[in-house]
Design a binder for this molecule. Structure first.
Ligand code: HEC
Ligand code: HEC
Length: 394
């Protein structure tokens, strides 16, 4: 044996030994150290379960545009079912008491109907929980301030939020790996062959798939009326005309409420960021919650928030990013006053009502406000909130 080949052989032996140690470490770290101890090799093997995901076409009303689904996360029955379980399971929170659904309940259009959500151990957050209806159509960022760019990024955040679920993803994933059911479901949804391959990214993909199925049923009174299947009362019709500024073309002398500019389209939101005239501040720096500006750093964005969709709005009180209004009456009374003239207030907020000269507008009378509220109630979609596919699977 030459010195060279001897050296080679010694090196190979050493490499094998290192590999063996590495493999031991992997098996240990895959199934331990917080779990029931290191599992014997093969314990995490999932290949006995077939991987044959069924594509899922999310039902939507005919009038809605195609649902934008990212190519990197196609919707499957297995993914949606796994995501639904994760959404309703308190296993993801630090002390296993809080699930996503604690703050996003179907009955409240996937909100908790609180001013500020109660986080883990009852600590209050600083913003109002957001409705999740038609979230598949959001393309301009997530959260009130748009700080998450994609849904897949957004759903990772509540778990590690110190007020919301106060956990870490490594601990949450460890619990899921040691669970009797989840490893098989991750296999069915994502084709992994061993539980050590389960990742928070897959959990986020599954939850995002579930959230994208939360689409309107198309059965609200407004949808039926548009198809000629329901009749509007005079109040509802007046409200519709003011909301969409149809007065002129329908030959009616009703003011323009300007709502549709920001809350337009099938989901009743453009998803854009505005200051809709809620606060009177001397300088933009004085906004208590800087909103969009907190993310962009641009002072002109201080006090701007993402426009919420208004379908099912009657079910998700209180209103605004800080839940300051208990009722739609309070919301409309606010808009009726044409804002405060703050520097970055959107011009449409100042132009609500009839023009009365000098660039001023009349605002809305109490009865006009009532009519718009009557119209907003026609957007209530109880078929959506009672859809069995959206409920707690446990
Ligand atoms: C403690 C209450 C609470 C819990 C628990 C919670 N959320 Fe939220 N959620 C909120 C609040 C409050 C906001 C708005 C926060 C903000 O804008 O800063 C929000 C916003 C969101 C949004 C953004 C919606 C949009 O239109 O941009 C999504 C999506 C969401 N939550 C999903 C989840 C998921 C998934 C979970 C579980 C992993 C979860 N939430 C857990 C309270 C909660
Ligand atoms: C310039 C754009 C704009 C116009 C015009 C506008 N809104 Fe808004 N609306 C917003 C924004 C932005 C928010 C969120 C503001 C916040 O939370 O601070 C909002 C919030 C709301 C909310 C509360 C939603 C929730 O989930 O809490 C309701 C209800 C509402 N608007 C109804 C209306 C109606 C009715 C009109 C017409 C009279 C109207 N809006 C006109 C931008 C607008």
């Amino acid at each position: 044996m030459t010195t060279l080949s001897f050296l080679n052989k010694a090196l190979t032996m050493k490499r094998l030994y290192v590999l063996f140690l590495l493999a031991l470490g992997l098996v240990y770290s895959a199934c331990g150290p917080d779990g029931p101890g290191p599992q014997p090799p093969g314990e995490c093997d999932l290949t006995g379960t077939p991987y044959a995901p069924q594509p899922y076409t999310i039902p939507k009303p005919d009038s809605f545009p195609a649902i934008p689904i990212p190519a990197s996360n196609p919707t499957t029955w297995e993914g949606v079912q796994l995501g639904r379980m994760l959404f309703y399971d308190p296993i993801l929170s630090g002390d296993s008491t809080q699930s996503c659904s604690s703050c996003h309940l179907p009955a409240g259009n996937f909100t908790d109907n609180l001013k500020f959500s109660k986080g883990i151990q009852g600590i209050d957050g600083r913003r109002n929980a957001m409705a999740l209806l038609n979230i598949a159509y959001s393309t301009k960022g997530f959260f009130w301030d748009g700080r998450a760019a994609t849904l897949e990024q957004q759903v990772l955040m509540p778990v590690e939020d110190p007020i919301e679920m106060h956990n870490t993803w490594p601990i949450a994933m460890e619990r899921l790996r040691n669970h009797p059911d989840y490893p098989t479901r991750f296999r069915q949804a994502f084709g992994i062959s061993d539980c050590s391959e389960m990742s928070k990214e897959q959990a986020a993909m599954a939850m995002s798939q579930f959230l994208r199925t939360l689409v309107s049923s198309g059965q609200s009174k407004f949808d039926l009326w548009r198809k000629g299947l329901a009749e509007f009362t005079d109040e509802e019709l007046n409200g519709y005309i003011m909301y969409f500024d149809r007065g002129l073309d329908l030959g009616v002398n009703l003011p323009d409420a300007q709502c549709f500019h920001c809350h337009g389209g099938e989901t009743f939101t453009t998803n854009s960021y505005f200051n809709n005239g809620l606060d009177s501040v001397a300088a933009l720096e004085d906004f208590v919650d800087k909103g969009r500006g907190e993310v962009t750093g641009n002072r002109y964005h201080f006090g701007q928030f993402r426009t919420p969709g208004l379908r099912n709005i009657a079910l998700s009180a209180p209103y605004m990013h800080d839940g300051r209004f208990q009722t739609l009456e309070e919301v409309l009374a606010q808009y009726a006053d044409n804002g405060f003239g703050v520097e970055n207030e959107d011009p449409f907020v100042r132009q609500i009502g009839f023009p009365v000269g000098n660039g001023k507008y009349s605002g809305l009378t109490p009865s006009q406000q009532k009519d718009i509220i009557a119209f907003l109630h026609t957007l209530t979609d109880t078929v959506f909130i009672h859809n069995p596919l959206h409920q707690n699977p446990f």
